[in-house]
Ligand binder design. Structure first.
Ligand code: ADP
Ligand code: ADP
Ligand code: ZN
Length: 217
């Protein structure tokens, strides 16, 4: 059984690889970013709250985010493994996750740390398009859909994320360095971290991930 966390700065390739890992290992892909965007689209109280933070490049408060993930990990489809994309992002979230994992008997088995240089991230974020319907990420140069503007997976419309602009990205990178990067040491102390070279082309990154997870399928 694999219970995976994907850590990496905005644009590292978490969402892209999460889709592939989730298909290959048949485990649910749990993206807090996608969950917030869905709530924003539906204008729920959670969505309205999250939007005020996301549009500024800030993190949504821990309490809200932790409750959302706790509920999701309790679902039956997580019993044979799960993949967390973009959670935890703070030490408080990591500590809460450790308690949730124990309570549910679903502890984290792998932390994949996707490392990408900062100049590459800017190009990835400013060229990113996402599917309005299923959240799958594409790129105007690096990962074009088969039909322009249309998602290969579900036929949904491809759009730019509101927070994918140069100004917000600066704040998001700052938050990442301040709040999320320290988690890598937290998990290194637990011997759970595997470093992934996210600068490589898409298929090479996924091959490296498979070589790490492969043995335990
Ligand atoms: P990216 O793909 O750029 O890494 P995500 O789609 O994962 O971004 O998340 C988008 C935004 O949603 C984040 O910038 C943040 O505001 C919010 N968010 C997502 N996950 C979390 C989390 N675990 N804690 C706090 N805020 C989060
Ligand atoms: P994250 O979820 O970490 O923010 P995404 O998976 O959404 O990152 O990827 C960010 C952008 O970079 C997307 O436009 C995606 O198509 C592109 N991308 C992802 N991985 C690679 C890669 N290895 N090489 C080139 N482009 C990539
Ligand atoms: Zn789609």
């Amino acid at each position: 059984m694999v219970n995976i966390i994907l850590i990496g700065p905005p644009g590292a390739g978490k969402g892209t690889n999460a889709k592939q890992i989730s298909n290959f290992y048949s485990i649910p892909h749990i993206s807090t970013g996608d969950m917030f965007r869905e709530a924003i689209k539906n204008q729920t109280p959670l969505g309205n709250l999250a939007k005020t933070y996301i549009d500024k490049g800030l993190y949504v408060p821990d309490e809200v985010t932790i409750n959302l993930v706790k509920e999701r990990l309790s679902c039956d489809d997580c019993k044979n493994g799960y993949l967390l994309d973009g959670f935890p992002r703070t030490l408080a979230q990591a500590e809460a996750l450790s308690i949730i994992g124990k309570e549910l008997n679903r502890p984290i088995t792998h932390v994949l740390d996707i490392i990408v240089s900062e100049d590459v991230l800017i190009n990835r974020i400013t060229g990113r398009l996402v599917c309005k319907k299923c959240g799958a990420p594409y790129h105007i140069d690096n990962h074009k859909p088969k039909v322009e503007g249309i998602c290969d997976l579900c036929g949904g419309e491809l759009v730019k994320r509101v927070d994918d602009n140069a100004d917000t990205l600066i704040e998001r990178l700052k938050q990442y360095h301040m709040q999320t990067e320290p988690l890598i040491n937290y998990y290194k102390n637990l011997n759970l971290v595997y470093s992934i070279d996210g600068n490589q082309e898409l298929s090479a990154v996924f091959n490296q991930i498979k070589s790490i997870l492969g043995e335990i399928k």
